[in-house]
Design a protein. Sequence first.
Length: 172
Amino acid sequence: MADILKKKIEAVGSLLKDSADAVGSIRYLWNIDTSSGGAIDDVGAHVGEPRKGRTDEPYRAAIKSRIRINAANGQPDAVIEAAELSTNGGAIEYREGYPATIELYADAAILSREVFRQTVPYKAAGVELVMIEAGGFNYFTFEKENGIGRDGLGFAEGADVGGYFSEIYTKG
């Protein structure tokens, strides 16, 4: 009788272990970093990011970006973060323009049309986004007025004349 009871307990224990293993693996099934194939397709569909023929790694990055876009509230911090993520942590300088304009300046070596395309969805509706490729941040400016602004590389008295734009991207 003890042997029968022991076998039944072991059988139930084995079933419980298998069930616990299955439940434990569910948390990894829709994890963006660990899922693949159909499971990652389900995650992408849930957040509104179609696969578009991408392999798993680029698709994971696109899903993470889509989640950030979905959670973004159009605030400048979200736009700056998107640009920095798109440039792998590249230096981005932020300025507000009038009316309702976000200006982002970055070195030409890190800014591209693709970075701009990836950043546009983060801005609020009705806000213009301007990204300016500035060679080493040596772009043209006027002199400080009443202590406001950057030291000018343009028409300032006694300042070096210079600075340039290499390319401007804009989306209203």
